[in-house]
Design a protein around this ligand. Structure first.
Ligand code: SF4
Length: 395
């Protein structure tokens, strides 16, 4: 069968799924084709962590379905994040991530390779040294900050229960990948590419090893012992995990073996953090970010949710003041998405889209004025990212 595979995932983690799908399909004798027109079947990995990317996935699915009725299969995160919306918009075949082994093998299996056997430790060579420059030189290509690094996926799923999170509805059980396999894969890839800036990726990075008796700090130390030129970057690093092992991480920053941190605070107001079930306090993040500032470490960024249910203007301003005090290099502002099965969707005090927009614009203006880079939902930068994502080829 000729299969067209399209990943609409906005995160680097799910590129591992795309790789696994391609290996599985090829291993069962199917041809992967470059366009939907050439295909007998179209597999689309959908994304829905935020309203704009969810709507993008729905629009793209509808467009594929209009042109190729009966051939389109929606996989990935949306079947569990927004099942009702998906069923209302799309009348093709739907395969939820949690059922995918059975469903993919039923549709594409020929007994030669199971989906589980097609999984391997995911590494990806760095695409560029400057993603913005790369995008400017390649107007059709999709490149994000992570593409400046060699990438290594170390765990999947998330054991936390944040009330706003739509992704955890789709994730399979949290699991860390074996430490020695990760080290072998990373060292081999660094040797092969001569690139030593390593982005560790996971849905919840700081939980790495808690299910297997090791830890993220230990993994980084072992990698640094084997390859002293290695500089790790962390994505999706929960501030609670940072707080709980702070001295070990600061020691790795001092030796230069941690080079970049993505620490999504989501809010800096204690009442809102509690409603979000983030499990840390403002005092704890002040302590962590303060220690980074004292060290003179500037390579860290964060994410903030705008308009969580019940959040007041003053509470949001408290978050903006926190950002202006501790000065992350980059801030991603996402407006609260009312996800049908997430607990926060049932909270009172919904903030209107107009207020969310006003708060986002105010935050963006204040952060930019202070020289802090800011990505605001709905911005031209994000529209451009989705355009490139929609066009990019999986091959
Ligand atoms: S919903 Fe989250 S985990 Fe799923 S593809 Fe989108 S960004 Fe990745």
């Amino acid at each position: 069968m000729k299969v067209f595979v399209k990943g609409l995932n906005t995160c680097p983690q799910r590129n591992q799924k795309m790789d696994q799908y391609l290996t599985f399909l090829r291993g069962n004798g199917h041809d992967i084709v470059a366009t939907a027109e050439e295909s007998d079947s179209i597999l689309v990995w959908t994304c829905g962590f935020r309203g704009d990317v969810r709507d993008n996935s729905l629009e793209q699915l509808s467009a594929y379905n209009a042109d190729h009725k009966g051939k389109v299969i929606a996989t990935g995160c949306l079947p569990q994040i927004s099942p009702t919306l998906l069923a209302e918009t799309f009348d093709g075949d739907i395969v939820a991530w949690t059922d995918e082994a059975v469903e993919m093998e039923r549709r594409f299996g020929t007994g030669k390779l199971s989906l589980a056997e097609a999984e391997s430790i995911y590494t990806k060579a760095a695409l560029c040294t400057d993603a913005a420059q790369f995008r400017s030189d390649n107007p059709e290509a999709d490149a994000i900050f992570h593409d400046q690094f060699l990438q290594l996926m170390i765990a999947e799923g998330c054991p936390f229960k944040c009330t706003y999170c739509s992704e955890r509805l789709a994730f399979p059980r949290f699991r860390s990948f074996p430490e020695q396999d990760l080290i072998d894969a990373a060292v081999a890839k660094m040797g092969e590419t001569g690139h030593y800036d390593l982005m560790l990726i996971a849905d919840c990075l700081g939980e790495y090893g808690k299910d297997t008796g090791t830890s993220l700090a230990k993994l980084v130390r072992r990698l640094a012992e084997i390859e002293p030129r290695m500089r790790a970057a962390f994505s999706n690093f929960h501030p609670l995990d940072f707080f709980e092992d702070l001295d070990n991480y600061l020691a790795l920053i001092r030796t230069g073996h941690i080079h970049h941190l993505n620490l999504p605070i989501q809010s800096a107001n204690d009442r809102v953090l509690k409603l979000m079930a983030r499990q840390y306090s403002k005092a704890q993040i002040e302590h962590c970010f303060g220690r980074l500032n004292q060290l003179g470490f500037t390579e860290f960024d964060t994410h903030v949710i705008v308009g969580f249910p019940g959040e007041t203007d003053e509470e949001f301003e408290e978050t903006v003041d926190f950002l202006l005090t501790y000065r992350p290099k980059h801030v991603l502002l996402s407006q609260f998405m009312d996800c049908e099965d997430a607990a926060a969707g049932r909270l009172p005090g919904k903030v209107t889209p107009e207020i969310m927009r006003r708060r986002s614009d105010m935050a963006e203006a204040r952060l930019r004025e202070a020289g802090i880079l800011c990505n605001n939902e709905g911005s031209e930068l994000i529209q451009e990212r989705l355009r490139r994502l929609n066009q990019a080829s999986q091959l």
